[in-house]
Design a protein around this ligand. Sequence first.
Ligand code: DLZ
Length: 145
Amino acid sequence: KLNNSDANGKKFGIVKALWNSEITNRLHDGCYNTLLKYGAEIKDINTITVPGSFELIYGAKKLFKDYKPDAIILIGSIIKGETPHFNFISQSISDGVKDLNILFDIPFLFCVLTDLNQEQALNRSGGSAGNKGIDAAIAAIQLIK
Ligand code: DLZ
């Protein structure tokens, strides 16, 4: 169980994809507000944006090197289209986040929704299925703790 000051004095990096930005903004709000709720200071939360989820890995690597945070949360929303593109991109991103976790000595949190449609994405970004941005922030704080 977390205390309200567990995130205090810690530095957080967030990388947010702009593709499906209605969803990623909702995830970001949940994540950001949760970090504040547990004591993180605004000056210690650095959000950068990348064009799409595929670029989250590069953005996270760059943020790690430039900002030296205690944890990095990667936020994206991939929504299935007509082609297998969805599967390739989802798989390569989860592989990439795994690689970041192996390569560098801080946790990288996977907050990338892979949904079949917009309705599912809305449900999981502040709707009936909660907000996965909140969950990712809590996981980041738990790992640092
Ligand atoms: C190209 C593409 C497609 C079709 N769908 C998504 C998506 O659902 N979610 C997302 O975050 N990004 C998507 N992209 C963009 C790719 O992530 C990437 O930005 C481009 O392929 C350029 O590398």
